[in-house]
Design a protein around this ligand. Structure first.
Ligand SMILES: [Zn+2]
Length: 236
């Protein structure tokens, strides 16, 4: 028997089993929270239990997500033959020697060409790729943002791009400034649109409460679908 609750914006799955004690687990890679509870215990007591643990959960969640991300990052080596993504489309990475003609990342057919100096380190390659992603998303944002502004009816004072670890975007409501995670350019442009609409909607409602959800339903009826798409795999 499974059910879902939410404590301080943290979704928790509760599973009732024939067990004696209550167990709380934080699962990789996304820090999903699961509580296994005895059949006899009341829902109220489970919520009380979860509430008393909410600080611990948040800390643990951060750790689990960080660890999973580290593990994932280790998997990416920036070597020829690896799959890398741009706007939701997979490309094969091809490492080439950096020279006057080839000194920046470029795409040809289904390949991303990454020019590197001799003996370039993982960090060098990663940095070059991130800077390339940054430029890609900066080029894409203005066009999609205009569409989103028309839908939402709010315009930010400015937008900026940042490489973020745990969020796809943020909105400084006072300054009307939107931050977009450059990692979004690995996802389909639809995801960027969703995040932009989400952040613009914060210019009406700063929190994620009922009013916010109502507006999202209006501006972007499929938001749940796209949100799940983003959750499914955070980083390639
Ligand atoms: Zn938000």
């Amino acid at each position: 028997m499974k059910s879902k609750i939410e404590i301080n914006n943290i979704p928790i799955t509760i599973e009732r089993k024939k067990i004696k004690n209550m167990y709380l687990r934080v699962l990789p890679p996304n820090g999903e929270i699961k509580i296994s509870a005895p059949l006899s215990i009341s829902q109220k007591d489970i919520i009380k239990f979860a509430n008393s643990k909410s600080d611990w959960i948040k800390n643990k969640q951060e750790k689990v997500i960080k660890e999973s991300e580290k593990a994932k990052k280790r998997q990416i080596k920036y070597i020829t033959g690896e799959t890398h993504y741009l706007w939701g489309k997979p490309y094969t990475l091809q490492i080439i020697k950096k020279n006057k003609k080839y000194n920046n990342v470029f795409i040809d057919n289904n390949k991303i060409y990454l020019p590197v100096k001799e003996n370039s380190s993982f960090e060098n390659r990663q940095k070059t790729m991130i800077e390339w992603y940054r430029e890609e998303i900066k080029q894409k944002i203005p066009e999609i943002l205009e569409t989103c502004i028309k839908i939402v009816g709010k315009r930010p004072n400015e937008w900026r791009v940042k490489n973020m670890k745990t969020r796809w975007g943020t909105c400084n409501v006072q300054k009307k400034r939107i931050w977009i995670n450059l990692q979004l350019c690995k996802k389909s442009p639809e995801c960027l649109k969703y995040v932009l609409i989400h952040e613009l909607t914060h210019l009406y409602i700063p929190n994620h409460g009922k009013d916010f959800k109502n507006l999202m339903n209006q501006f972007y009826p499929n938001w749940k679908e796209t949100k799940n798409l983003l959750k499914k795999e955070k980083y390639y």
